[in-house]
Design a protein around this ligand. Structure first.
Ligand code: HSE
Length: 419
């Protein structure tokens, strides 16, 4: 089976490297010999051992009937969307690691793949090398998915770990993440939470069968996190993590959001460090399953891409059932109605007392032995919380320095299912 690889960046070069590293295993599992016939890239790679495979014109690939699978690892929407769409329309299966493409156009591309009876596979688009698309689509298919919560971005988790544990500056940690091939071409997408937003949108679309437009998902990044907050959180028994979360409501609406959270150290997400990602999936039959591994990087991502290529080879004339329909997103609920406890740090010129805080947040856990007044609030939705925190500021003259939500899993009869 002949394939073409579009893009020879971090992931593309990893795919080519892995195909040449493990050909025996790959071909045996595919049941056929898989050969890379073309690599498309606008740059020249005259010193590459694969220099004879490089082409610059996509039409050579599109018009070659021998090419059965196109691997799109360019990233971004343009020209990736056009190349993928034209490949599917030409009757070729497509494998991609491009989360932006899947998050934005997944419904349309899956529909074309369905119409053409071809495969459009994207295991690498979420969690890098972690198996998560197939588990949600196949292994957990009998469950009602109640919640999904995950560390979905390797770069930000790496940056947070290096800053908190190893004393790196933000800039140095980011530079390292870029050198290691973890960061997006524009790392703002990592830092601002946009990459995590695309990934949680893909997981929501997959788990609930309707397209979730990433623009409808409330997204916050890590730029507002202060080192002192991570230290106070640590002393209080929490780690600070950028999470994508989905929680299903009884009326079948979904809360979906991306934001930094304090994660109780008894929950395994708290111990996930460096480039690792982890995703907790909560199903009504299975309970909680945890998926953990390297979320970014050349060979971990290539591992998932090549597995999809093998799957395409095994299913040349049979579609893998992977599909979600288009949607107006009306099932996405107002994230501000989602109740959370919140970590709050306060700046105050005058002394603010424990009873001042208790008068507004009666169930708060208050930490008086830090440099700042810090407390974990009652569990409230954002409207109620804002009202009470405004009252506290007004009553005491204190001003809020930081607010970070505290992660919780779905509650059942008041009990955390994790316990
Ligand atoms: N920039 C992404 C990350 C790459 O850091 O997770 C993998 O999707």
């Amino acid at each position: 089976m002949k394939i073409a690889v579009l893009g020879y960046g971090v992931v593309g070069s990893g795919v080519v490297e892995l195909m040449h590293k493990n050909p025996h295993t790959i071909n045996q599992k595919a049941g056929t010999d898989i050969e890379i016939k073309y690599i498309l890239d606008i740059k020249d790679f005259d010193d590459s051992p694969y220099k004879n495979l490089f082409v610059k014109d996509f039409n050579i690939i599109l018009n070659d009937p021998e090419i059965e699978v196109v691997v799109e690892v360019i990233g971004g929407l343009n020209p990736a969307y056009r190349f993928v769409k034209e490949s599917l329309l030409a009757g070729k299966s497509v494998v991609t690691s491009n989360k932006e493409l899947v998050a934005v156009y997944g419904d349309k591309l899956l529909q074309i793949a369905k119409d053409k009876n071809k495969n459009f596979l994207f295991e690498a688009s979420v969690g890098g090398g972690i198996p998560i698309i197939r588990p949600i689509n196949q292994c957990l298919a009998a469950n009602e998915i109640e919640s999904i919560s995950g560390i979905l971005n390797g770069t930000t988790n790496y940056i947070l770990t290096k800053m908190i544990k190893d004393g790196y500056t933000f800039e140095d940690a980011l530079k390292n993440a870029q050198q290691l091939g973890y960061a997006e071409a524009n790392p703002a997408a990592d830092i601002e939470g946009i990459d995590s937003c695309r990934k949680i949108s893909i997981l929501a679309s997959l788990a609930y069968g309707e397209h979730v437009d990433p623009q409808k998902v409330h997204t916050e990044g890590i730029t507002g996190i202060k080192l002192e907050d991570t230290r106070y959180a640590d002393k209080a028994g929490y780690a600070v993590k950028l999470l994508g979360i989905i929680s299903k409501n009884d009326d079948n609406t979904l809360y979906i959001m991306v934001a930094p959270f304090l994660v109780d150290k008894t929950i395994p997400l708290a111990g996930v460090e460096d480039v690792y990602n982890a995703i907790l999936v909560q199903g009504d039959a299975v309970g909680i399953s945890l998926f953990y591994g390297r979320g970014a990087g050349k060979l971990p991502t290539a591992s998932a891409v090549v597995a999809d290529v093998i799957d395409c080879a095994k299913h040349v004339n049979a579609r893998k059932y992977l599909y979600w329909k288009s949607s107006d997103g009306s099932f996405i609920a107002d994230y501000k109605k989602m109740p959370f406890k919140r970590y709050v740090s306060l700046i105050s010129d005058s002394d603010i007392s424990v009873s001042d805080i208790k008068s507004v947040f009666p169930n708060a856990d208050i930490y008086t032995d830090f440099d700042k007044m810090v407390f974990i609030s009652d569990e409230l939705n954002e409207y109620d919380f804002d009202e009470r925190i405004n009252a506290l500021e007004k009553n005491t003259g204190a001003s809020v320095c930081s607010v970070i939500r505290v992660f919780n899993l779905n509650q059942e009869n008041g009990e955390k299912k994790w316990d």
